[in-house]
Ligand binder design. Structure first.
Ligand code: AMP
Length: 171
């Protein structure tokens, strides 16, 4: 795990003062470390019935697509408003300042689907919780949530208490 930890770069005061940003681009430059990261992210869910992986724009697309590829299941993009061309469902949630909205195509998943949610970082958990609610709104079941990095001091796991949460690296 130290090998993966060494590939996560800390950027202080990005995008705003006081935030220590976890930059995953050094990991993306190293294909074998990236493969290891993907396998560590999906490992607890192997052998379970998963029909789709959902990822949040934008870094959730990178990790989510690779996890979906490994599991040989479909990938569902959860996007910022106005980006998806077909009919959508929306869910808005509170950020530290203001609100944010995520959208999904209405036909992306439905009853009978078991979806694994994937993102690079879980911070406060607000984005992941809104994503789970969006998938459930379409009738799907959330099999769990997988993250590469968990910022434990922000207690995102507590907000996702109703879901199975797995992270590879904790800070
Ligand atoms: P959350 O507070 O869990 O809703 O996080 C919101 C989104 O911002 C997630 O998609 C995270 O990937 C991203 N994020 C939050 N904090 C950080 C951080 N310190 N470094 C990198 N990404 C972050």
């Amino acid at each position: 795990m130290e090998r993966l930890r060494a590939k996560i770069r800390d950027i202080p005061d990005f995008p705003t003062p006081g935030i220590l940003f976890k930059d995953i681009t050094p990991l993306m430059k190293d294909p074998s470390a990236m493969r290891l990261a993907i396998h560590q992210m999906l490992h607890p869910f192997l052998g379970e019935r998963i029909t789709a992986v959902a990822g949040m724009e934008a870094r959730g697309f990178i990790f989510g697509s690779l996890v979906a590829w490994e599991l040989a299941v479909s990938f569902v993009p959860l996007r910022k408003p106005g980006r998806l061309p077909h009919r959508t469902r929306s869910n808005s949630y509170d950020l530290e300042y203001g609100t944010a909205t995520l959208q999904v195509h209405e036909d992306a998943v439905g009853p009978g689907d078991r979806v694994l949610l994937v993102d690079d970082v879980i911070a406060t958990g607000g984005t992941a919780l809104a994503s789970c609610q969006l998938l459930e709104d379409l009738g799907a079941e959330v099999a769990g949530c997988g993250f590469l990095v968990e910022l434990g001091f922000l207690k995102g796991r507590d907000r996702l208490a109703d879901y199975r949460v797995h992270s590879v690296l904790q800070y």
